[in-house]
Design a protein around this ligand. Structure first.
Ligand code: SAM
Length: 322
């Protein structure tokens, strides 16, 4: 079992397979980074898997593949299969914008993927295009349908932004409710790579909008899930991810690995260590020692709730995988 320096059990690894993305979302990567990580600097799937095995052997139970846009990396189904075949009971998931899913949803399901989280920030063509800076909605909806048809379980992520999609939160909730997909509204996390004019809605503002049409009750927090869940009167459950709340980090159970082998203990801070050299030298003991050191130094809290701080996170979501 992996325990961090603040006594938290860590059993969830998020693995980014690329920092590249085919969208330019305002809150994440509004402009292409100055330069992409050259492909030769990325860990191969085999190298990533070598480290994932270290983590699974040490007590990681859940692995999420993310990016950038993970479906941009070729043969992702082969990578999924490596992980799915290693242990039967791994909770293996993928976060994607769904744009490329129509072509690969069945392959991914056949390889052993069970669940996906899809980003869906708008149901209006022009708003989706404004956020992603590309005409994306039709393909995203086709991707969601393809995942559904392939038997994948689907959750939806939505980042509510002031003056952009805040008039659509009920529509998005109702779309998800009708389809039977849980939706989670994620408070925008301020970071230096986003469009600096972007303003997110906080949890209370999101609740106030939904309250105009629906009554709901707040549920007990569910283990280490980052989502605070709410139940509508008809039983449908939606969630809000509230990184600006003080208690958000108390049950944090996750670490993140970038596509170039950097192990990140917190989404907010820049602290990290590379496992690349150890893995490429096949020094598994060293990789395991780095993992433990990163956990020992995992920060207690992010700073999104710190109103007096002038700092904005320098971490890029497209690198850490969100
Ligand atoms: N390309 C995939 C996608 O669109 O879901 C995976 C990568 S994306 C970085 C993962 C998640 O991070 C998405 O749900 C996205 O909405 C979220 N995200 C990115 N930047 C964010 C920000 N500044 N604040 C809150 N959530 C953010």
């Amino acid at each position: 079992m992996l325990i961090d320096g603040h006594g938290r059990k860590v059993d969830y690894l998020r693995v980014s397979v690329t920092e590249r993305c085919n969208f330019r979302c305002q809150y994440c990567m509004p402009e292409k980074p100055f330069s992409w990580v050259p492909k030769e600097n990325l860990l191969t799937y085999e190298e990533l898997f070598k480290f994932i095995k270290v983590c699974l052997d040490e007590g990681i139970k859940k692995v999420r593949i993310t990016g950038g846009e993970p479906l941009l990396r070729e043969n992702l189904d082969g990578f999924v299969k490596m992980i799915a075949d290693y242990k039967q009971d791994i909770d293996l998931a993928l976060t994607t914008n769904a744009y490329l899913l129509p072509k690969v949803a069945t392959k991914l399901a056949d390889a052993g993927l069970k669940r996906i989280n899809v980003s869906l920030d708008s149901l209006r063509d022009e708003v989706a295009a404004k956020i992603a800076q590309k005409d994306v909605l039709k393909k995203v909806l086709q991707g969601i349908q393809a995942a559904h048809d392939a038997g994948l379980k689907i959750k939806v992520n939505c980042v509510p932004m002031k003056g952009i999609n805040d008039d659509e939160l009920v529509d998005i909730l109702e779309f998800c409710k009708d389809k039977g997909y849980p939706v989670r509204f994620i408070e925008y996390m301020e970071n230096k790579h986003a469009n600096q004019a972007a303003k997110g809605l906080n949890s209370q503002e999101i609740q106030d909008i939904i309250k105009q049409k629906y009554s709901f009750e707040k549920l007990e927090r569910n283990g280490s899930s980052p989502s605070q869940d709410y139940r509508l009167e008809d039983g449908y459950i939606f969630g809000i991810i509230e990184p600006h709340k003080d208690d958000f980090c108390a049950t944090c159970n996750r670490i993140r690995l970038t596509a170039s082998g950097v192990l990140i203990p917190c989404l907010y801070f820049e602290d990290s260590q590379s496992i690349k050299e150890a893995i490429q030298r096949n020094d598994i003991d060293k990789a395991a020692a780095i993992l433990k050191d990163v956990l020992a130094n995992k920060p207690e809290k992010n700073k999104w709730s710190d109103e007096d701080s002038n700092e904005t996170s320098a971490r890029a979501f497209y690198e850490t995988g969100g």
